[in-house]
Design a protein around this ligand. Sequence first.
Ligand SMILES: Cc1ncc(COP(=O)(O)O)c(C=O)c1O
Length: 372
Amino acid sequence: MSDSFIPLSGHDLSMASVHAFQAQHQFPPAQALGEFERLVASKTGVAHAVAVSSGTAAIHLALKLAGVRPGDWVLAPTFTYVATINPIRYLGAEPILIDAEEETWNLDPGLLREAILDALKQGKRPAACLVVNTYGTPSHWGEVKALCREHGIPVIEDAAESLGAAVDRQPSGSLGDIGITSFNNNKVITCFGGGAVLLKDQQQTERVLYWATQARSALPYYEHREVGYNYRMSPLQALWGLTELPELDERVRKRRAVFQRYREELGDLITKTQHEDVGAYSNRWLSSFIFRGERALALQQHLLEQRIESRPLWNPMHHQPAFSDVKAYRNGVSDRLFRSGICLPSGHELLGSDQKKVVDSVRHFFRQVANA
Ligand SMILES: Cc1ncc(COP(=O)(O)O)c(C=O)c1O
């Protein structure tokens, strides 16, 4: 067992990995972006990918592509990371927050239906629906997609956390009308920052590329007919991504094994975890559990004292002061998840001996609680 800090999910940028990177890369930086985009598209089962500076930027562009305009309403989960919601506001639109269901911890289809019908009654068709596969576990895609189809609402898959997951063997990233993913430092595959918009249509791809490069017209001089963004990924990040992406399946296999070991060794203390629907395959980006009692923050502190990083589950967006005025369809599930759940170290580099230390520390915490 090492005495070093056990991280939640990060990647170690050691000199060894820098040298491995230098030895491996075959593409001059100028070609790296195109190669990286081809590989991202093939891994996510879409026709085209546009590599950008972050997953957040990718969501911004995907919403714009879906036609979201100031004053529009956009459906989105409340149990998510804030980056799913912020870009709705960048466009001057309004999030409509939907609570989670108990099984996958993703959008509750019953509440989604209620929100859509309420909006239609007020003469407002939601401009888009963002669907997240929280912590890498797929949503109830069949029901969510059928509802959105029925009401003509474009679906944007926020696959920031779920690269390598799938539903009926269809890769995450290709499950909605438009997809996005993230390559930030805590994800399964990293470029040390970055993201991609995942697209099925050539014309849409050209639009996204145009907006991501300051909306510069294809002319020999500078002309900009629209306001654009400096969102393009750097070629060096793409070069790094090219060395990482071939390892996707193996890393997912390792994360799933980490999750399974926690489940087996802490099963008597765990009251709930995320369920995979029939046909769904989670990448188990973060091993997330509800333990007995509502002691997530105390457990987090206890683990930190042992130099183990953990995180409470998402604090729902309807609790965030920045979104206090937003309409939320609630059922209490995300509130309970936040109070009682925790993400344990889940990285593909987690040593077996370090995972044992995590398991022992969790057990020690609950023994102390029982004896108090
Ligand atoms: C669900 C979700 N959406 C979007 C993002 C944004 O990705 P990025 O950090 O690359 O901007 C993240 C991760 O950070 C995320 O977890």
